[in-house]
Design a binder for this molecule. Sequence first.
Ligand code: MG
Length: 163
Amino acid sequence: MQPRIGVGHDLHRLEPGAGLLLGGVKIECGLRAVAHSDGDALLHALTDAVLGALGGPDIGELFPDRDESNRGRDSAEFLQAALERAGRAGYRVGNADATVFLEQPKLGGAKEEIRVNLARLLGCEKECVSVKAKTGEGVGPVGEGKAVAAQAVVLLVERSGNA
Ligand code: MG
């Protein structure tokens, strides 16, 4: 079985609130993501990367925002469902590389906390997960503090292999 690579992207608008979820970690700030689910843009991007590596469908097809059962839902469940699909197809996560785009607050030490949590969720070593952070340089929806975005690339490798 050849390794398979997938890419995911997500963006959520920001509004005043009690904190922002990124990679399953609560970032304490005066913002929250506008979303039908819990609005974790990083977990949504990772979920789409896993699904993309498998050839689809995408997160919106699997978990429509018109479905009341997805309201306020823990996005780790979306990622788990994608990983179960990967497992059934004979794959596990080889490595994952992600970038969060957010003007404020600076993620700083939270990046490492997010990385550790993602390794736990993805079922791989921390060394196989990267979490980077970028601002929007003051321009565009991210730069103006109106949105948080995330990009992720995931490599799936054969479950039983040594890759
Ligand atoms: Mg989303």
